[in-house]
Design a protein around this ligand. Structure first.
Ligand code: UTP
Length: 300
């Protein structure tokens, strides 16, 4: 079985759910605690053993490229002033030269199209995909947990999380063929955003994928047929077509998931990650108590 050493980060979307913030700032650069979303995604990939990171970008996304480069003026001032902690925050985590690559998507034609744009950089190897606007708070990281499943079962591995029955229409939902273990299921099909009474399960796709390179053959067809009807080239369509020939497993990862593409999910993540950050956790806890008390006072 070939190991997974490359990851695609699709960051070419327009972020329309987050306007006006995303008019000039890429959604992936929004900070949760003091780090931008894209850095969390990168760190999760590195923790899982990824060596090559491929960002598929759009116009107005240069801030992402800059974040993965040296900031010479800033670093030289910090260095002259011996601000080691700050220097570490700026540069200690940077990838080595040659480990990141940026590919323009040119046309934001959907997630499937963004992944297809990276086909030459991936070649004939299995690869991971991480959507930076979906965050998973867990020490081991969601992708590392998926790698464990991949090493055991091979094939394609999708991160899945349970959602409330009434929320199935917001997500891609897995139709389960069989339970393989406590944490792994084999998929029979995927249904895009089903109404609760039509949903085959409550396991939703969660922005992390390990895929075999054959997916590009299906993405090559540029299907835009999905019932969601938005005209974008969807990854789910390609995965559905491939499912007949290659097994897809759902990995029920541990950790809390946040949909940071929506304002409420983003705010939820800001609170949860701040409470994990030693520098600010205590103050944030006090803030929450304060707001809660003023709410109680207002209600009485
Ligand atoms: P989303 O639909 O969540 O992101 O796509 P979006 O299109 O940026 O946001 P909204 O819906 O308009 O608010 C999921 C992921 O796929 C990427 C996005 O950047 C995000 O990480 N994507 C989407 C692309 O890279 N290219 C696209 O054409 C569409």
């Amino acid at each position: 079985m070939k190991s997974v050493k490359k990851a695609i980060f699709p960051v070419g979307g327009l972020g329309t759910r987050f306007l006006p913030a995303t008019k000039s700032v890429p959604k992936e650069m929004l900070p949760v605690a003091a780090k931008p979303l894209v850095q969390y995604a990168y760190e999760e990939a590195r923790q899982a053993g990824i060596e090559q990171c491929i960002f598929v970008t759009g116009r107005n996304k240069n801030a992402i490229n800059n974040h993965f480069n040296h900031a010479f003026e800033l670093q030289s001032v910090l260095s002259e002033n011996e601000k080691k902690d700050m220097l570490d925050k700026v540069a200690s985590w940077l990838p080595n030269p040659g480990q990141v690559m940026f590919i323009p998507q040119q046309d934001p034609a959907g997630l499937g199209h963004a992944i297809w744009c990276a086909r030459h950089a991936i070649g004939n190897e299995p690869f991971a995909v991480i959507l930076p606007d979906e965050m998973v708070l867990h020490k081991k990281g969601a992708l590392s947990q998926m790698m464990d499943a991949y090493k055991k079962y091979g094939g394609n591995v999708l991160a899945v999380a349970e959602v409330a029955k009434e929320d199935t229409s917001k997500y891609g939902i897995l139709d389960i063929e069989k339970e393989i273990s406590d944490t792994v299921v084999q998929a029979r099909a995927m249904v895009e955003k089903p109404e609760p009474d039509e949903a085959p399960s409550n396991l939703s796709l969660t922005g992390r994928y390990i895929l075999q390179p054959e997916i590009f053959d299906y993405l090559d067809k540029h299907q835009r047929k999905h019932k969601s009807g938005d005209g974008e080239i969807q990854l789910t369509d390609a995965m559905e077509s491939m499912l007949k020939y290659s097994p897809f497993y759902g990995c029920k990862f541990e950790g809390k998931r946040f949909d940071c593409g929506s304002l409420v999910g983003f705010l939820d993540a800001c609170i949860a990650y701040s409470l994990e950050d030693k520098e600010v956790a205590k103050q944030v806890q006090e803030m929450l108590v304060k707001y809660n008390e003023s709410e109680v006072r207002k209600a009485s």
